[in-house]
Design a protein. Structure first.
Length: 374
């Protein structure tokens, strides 16, 4: 009833239109790459290698291809269940695109690929000189990897595995999501970048996009050299750490988690948390109006702002805690306080033009603002 030798089935399918791939065969790993050996100049090749050390697979493996209702060239790989599989059936799946010299252009645009596997690793590499209109990859349980990929629209879903995204270009949406999926995303240029996870860290580095959104729970979010028109960040029970973040509008929320780092808002900076500290260095353009709002509860606030800040400020806390306004010794411009109570400071600083505004509020913790940082 069983064959203890390894058995494999190979399937090669070539096509030139959009491709949808689905596998419900054991625990497959799926890889998309380009044909660097130039074996088939104008063909897309789908190869499946299925193995089982405990039973034969020849009579139970079904591969089909057809044009589906979306007009896509669809390839489906299915393996009939057997009690002898013992969860050890494996499949290695490869989609190979034609290699094209030069950069992405109308001459080497591919309609797109959608691929889904129930378990196993999934990824795409070395596709940068082919522009995919759509790339949609998903795995139900396993890691995922993207590197050197260009697509008008890109979606990647992976659960319970690490997700790494590097050197990705898209004029449209790049959406990365998963549960318990640790994300390391860097060197991405996109119209919009959305990264969402649960119980896992999100790291964004060297990002350029019109809009950037990063959300997770019970985990940290790290930002480094992120440039966006609108940046939205949210986590619970996890910290947010930023280094060199440039955005016209920054909306950052971290429930029961600290917020710290360097922020460069163009128009508005909103930082909010609870039961945790906010420590931020804010860099602003002297000639552009900027609104800064910082809220916490039962957590201290420490802010550093440049000497070019000119406008009004309001600092508030409660209980026996105090608010503090600092300027460097010998500073020419001194703050003018309209309200000066231990738990409240309000006033203006600068040339009186009121281009900038600051409001920092917490409860049962101190608030400290230092005007005059470089």
């Amino acid at each position: 009833m069983t064959d203890c030798t390894s058995n494999s089935v190979n399937a090669n399918v070539a096509g030139a239109s959009g491709t949808m791939f689905e596998s419900i065969c054991g625990c497959p790993n799926l890889r998309i790459t380009k044909d660097i050996a130039l074996r088939r100049e104008h063909c897309i090749v789908i190869e499946a290698v299925v193995t089982s050390p405990s039973t034969t697979v020849h009579n139970r493996l079904h591969a089909s291809s057809q044009v589906n209702e979306r007009g896509e060239y669809a390839f489906v790989l299915d393996l009939d269940w057997s009690i002898w599989d013992l969860g050890m059936t494996r499949a290695e799946l490869t989609i190979t695109l034609p290699a094209v010299d030069g950069t992405s252009s109308e001459a080497n645009v591919h309609p797109g690929i959608r691929a889904e596997v129930p378990n196993g690793a999934i990824g795409a590499t070395m596709l940068g000189n082919t522009l995919l209109k759509v790339l949609d990859l998903a795995t139900g349980n396993g890691p995922a990897h993207l590197s050197d990929v260009a697509a008008n629209e890109l979606r990647l879903t992976a659960h319970n595995g690490n997700i790494t995204v590097h050197d990705v270009y898209s004029e449209g949406l790049v959406e990365i999501k998963g549960q318990a999926a640790w994300m390391d995303i860097d060197d991405v240029h996109a119209g919009s970048l959305v990264a969402s996870s649960v119980d896992a860290v999100i790291s964004l580095k060297d990002i350029v996009a019109k809009t950037v959104s990063a959300t997770t729970k019970n985990a940290r979010i790290g930002l480094g050299n992120v440039k966006a028109d609108v940046l939205t960040v949210a986590t619970t029970s996890g910290e947010v750490v930023a280094q060199a973040v440039f955005a016209n509008v920054c909306d950052v929320k971290a429930t029961k988690g600290s917020i710290e780092g360097c922020w460069n808002p163009g128009k508005k900076l909103f930082l909010a948390t609870s039961q945790a500290k906010i420590s931020a260095q804010v860099v602003i353009c002297p000639d552009s109006p900027v609104e800064i709002v910082v809220n916490s509860s039962k957590g201290p606030i420490e802010l550093s702002l440049p000497a070019s800040f000119t406008g009004g400020f309001m600092l508030e806390t409660t209980g026996y805690y105090k608010t503090f306004v600092h300027v460097p010794p010998g500073a020419i411009v001194q703050p003018v306080l309209h309200i000066s109570k231990p738990d409240t400071k309000a006033g203006t600083i600068g040339d009186g033009s009121k281009r900038h505004s600051l409001r920092a509020i917490t409860t049962d913790a101190p608030v400290s603002v230092n005007f005059g940082c470089a």
